[in-house]
Design a protein around this ligand. Sequence first.
Ligand code: PRP
Length: 210
Amino acid sequence: MTGLHVVDHALLSHRLAELRDAATPSPRFRRLLAEIGAILAMEATRDLPTAVAEVTTPLTAMRHRRLAGPEPVLVAVLRAGLGLMEGGLQVLPEAPVGHVGLVRDEHTLEPSQYMLRMPPEVRVRGAILFDPMLATGGSAAAAVARVKEAGAPHLRFVCVVAAPEGVARLREAHPDVPVYAAALDERLDHRGFIVPGLGDAGDRCFGTEG
Ligand code: PRP
């Protein structure tokens, strides 16, 4: 699928297997989600612009590539995106952080927004959005629209598990936004859950019941 990057890495796959496991408890789930977020953030930033600068090692001076600009804004799509973004902050520790609060109606499957906070840097630095689940794509499309309205000139979307329907909807609404995922799953079930998926990431992350 155009614009979808499914990250292929043994350590990522190993963690995703445990994340999917219904027997994995909340504390372990949170830790795995953060570790997966770090790996995906590395991939999503692989081609950030760099510039050559002088570095002096203990032995000599040399020229070396460094980031050409400040780190992009990281945006968590609440709630489950918090756990995933935590890993993003491990590899981009200077990044400002934004939040988009969305909850999906269990009957209509459409998202409604309950909060939005975006740092001003988003207008020049662009953003990387984090949400573990790309199911129907309604939440992702709405979150991307909010961050664009806040002025982000460029965006990337990071998720753990994507359904084909969700990728299609997000790419149709925002063809300029590349998607980075740990897995492309088979389908959605009648409740809009990704199959095989990993259940409700927000509930599993924070120990709540849907
Ligand atoms: C889940 C998930 C995504 C969304 C995916 O969040 O974390 O944000 O649903 O579904 P969609 O692609 O069909 O929109 P939920 O609304 O359950 O909120 P939560 O993170 O607070 O549990």
